[in-house]
Design a binder for this molecule. Structure first.
Ligand code: NAP
Ligand code: COA
Length: 283
């Protein structure tokens, strides 16, 4: 259901949202939803071309104001540049969404040192870098942060050791910053989506042979939608959540309550070559 059927149209009027990973998938949805409810948005990721296309689509959909500037969240100087451009254009930042992330299925056994580091650098350090760069402005605006986490690390998820470690780190960072920055009236929360249909994450992580059983294992009996995450975003970004900080809103239809591994165990051990082909895992 569209957020506009539930929340007031101007609930985020005049707010400025800064969204990493905002050129595609879930975070594009989060940015667009906030614009629909009155915010202006800054979207950033590595590809300027992708951002420009996304910004154009969002302008058409919402008529809102969007600034699109490329940066790699692993490089603090690039993120600082986007923050400076955001301040030049809009004068403030009220809402930070840390959504930029990288992932692929890979058994820990074959993951290279650099592969593990890459995911930690994008997800965890990228979240810290962006948060740090935005902090002075969030302090001024008494703003809020929404980190995009996951549920992979609540128990364990095969072939996701790198991302599980990164997202667990993001959850720890969120709680600590919520405590440290509460006195500045900065709220820090996370959204932990389950499998969200039609996204790069699902395309990469949920092979088609496992999709049906994965859906059957979700208590609410469906995959999530980007719109499900948008609803949680508008709630957390708005004054409806003004006394909520340090929390993780799990948007997964109950999947993490009864996580059942949908990817096979023994095949990777018994027949690694075949396993690799089936999951497109680089071994
Ligand atoms: P997505 O569309 O691929 O989003 C990831 C975004 O991060 C892309 O826009 C990408 O853009 C950007 N990005 C990657 N590396 C970057 C870097 N070094 N610097 C700056 N930006 C970078 O995938 P998605 O599935 O919608 O995932 C969005 C978020 O939801 C992620 O945090 C993911 O972990 C989380 N999540 C997704 C699911 C799911 O079911 N899809 C489930 C749980 C959690 P560029 O390529 O232009 O850099
Ligand atoms: N399996 C195992 N290792 C992999 C891999 C895979 N499928 N894909 C990449 N790697 C390794 C690379 O081999 C490299 O390690 P090496 O130098 O030791 O060989 C390391 O990871 C970095 O890869 P590289 O392609 O240089 O990184 P990048 O910075 O260009 O891209 C990724 C980052 C790998 C995370 C890429 O998948 C990406 O850009 N993802 C963004 C979109 C996304 O993942 N969305 C889903 C979000 S849930």
């Amino acid at each position: 259901m569209a957020t506009s059927k539930i929340f007031r149209k101007d609930i985020l009027k005049d707010k400025v949202a800064f969204v990493t990973g905002g050129g595609s998938g879930i975070c594009k949805g989060m940015a667009e939803a906030m614009i629909r409810h009155g915010a202006k948005a800054v979207i950033t990721s590595r590809s300027q071309e992708k951002l420009d296309k996304a910004a154009e689509e969002m302008r058409k959909q919402t008529g809102g104001e969007i600034l699109a500037v490329a940066a790699d969240v692993r490089k603090p100087e690039e993120i600082v540049n986007v923050v400076e451009k955001a301040i030049e254009r809009f004068g403030k930042i009220d809402i930070l969404v840390n959504g930029a992330a990288g992932n692929f299925l890979a058994p820990a056994e074959t993951l290279s040192y650099r592969a593990f580091r890459t995911v930690i650098e994008i997800d965890l350090l990228g979240t810290y870098n962006t948060t740090k760069a935005c902090f002075p402005y969030l302090k001024r605006s008494k703003g809020c942060i929404i980190n995009v986490s996951a549920t992979l690390h609540y128990q364990s998820t095969l072939y996701q050791s790198h991302v599980s470690a990164a997202k667990a780190g993001i959850d720890a960072l969120s709680r600590n910053l919520a405590a440290e920055w509460g006195p500045y009236s900065i709220r820090v929360n996370s959204i932990a989506p389950g499998p969200i249909a039609g996204t790069e994450g699902v395309a990469k992580l949920l092979p088609s042979f496992a999709a049906e059983s994965a859906t059957r294992n979700i208590p609410l009996q469906r995959m999530g939608t980007i719109s499900d995450v948008e609803q949680a975003t508008i709630f957390l970004a708005s004054d409806a959540a003004s006394f909520i900080t340090g929390q993780i809103i799990v948007v997964d239809g109950g999947e993490s309550l009864r996580k059942v591994g949908v990817l096979p165990y023994p095949e990777s051990v018994i027949n690694p070559t075949n396993f690799s082909k089936k999951l497109s895992v680089k071994l």
